[in-house]
Design a protein around this ligand. Sequence first.
Ligand code: ZN
Length: 275
Amino acid sequence: MAGIEWRTYEAGHCMHPQCSTRRRGSWKMVRFPSLTFLLRHPTHGTMLFDTGYSEHFFHATRHLPERLYRTITPPHLREQESLCNQLARDGIDVRDIGTVMLSHLHGDHIGGLHDFPHSPILCSREAWNDLHARSRLGALKRGLLPGLLPANFLERVRWIEDTPSVRLSGCFAEFEAGHDLWADGSMLAIALPGHAAGHYGLLFRAANGEQVFLVADAAWSSQAVRDGIAPPGMVTSWLGDTHAYLATLARLQRLRHAEPGLRIVPSHCGEHRPR
Ligand SMILES: [Zn+2]
């Protein structure tokens, strides 16, 4: 089967001190892009991996307590930077998007979901159940903004957990199993626990032969995958499970050593911003 054409978009960004994402990091302000990815599957059409920020994010956080989200992590987004506007400039209508896969449900990953009202959604049931078990404040504390989810979400979703499970081998064996999204081995959703409930990465073979692993927020930067330096425990325990996060990051670090040709792409790494 032919490989998958893919392209990176930056749908807004936020600025944070480096030390908020790296233990013993500096107070230097660093740009954290919100990267999203357009993939063209040879037989299953066009798919998005996450949606970044959009004007809907600002709408969802206009009042307290949700406004605290954008106070703590202030996003920057010009109107022309929203994903749907960038796709339109590239001649892609939102109706052309066959599937929107959500790596997890943090507001900076699902912020543009309302702009794709016709697309089926791929998401983790665990992530959905976790969000809906929380109070409004409990969700907000974990970076979750239910207002960004469309009212007809359940009519459109296909749960990642319901796709065929395959045992992983070779240098991916540590990740144990993946979900074969199209039952043809072309795209595997792989659980990357720790950052947030139901957090998944996506592994595929690109059209140029390169193997690509989109790892969302399992690492905040490629530097972290290289040196294994995690965010402060306060950050990882605030958002998820520090023990699981560290185990996942260590697995990614070992994977990089075992498979140097593999392109590992975190969602907020400046090294992977589109040029
Ligand atoms: Zn996240």
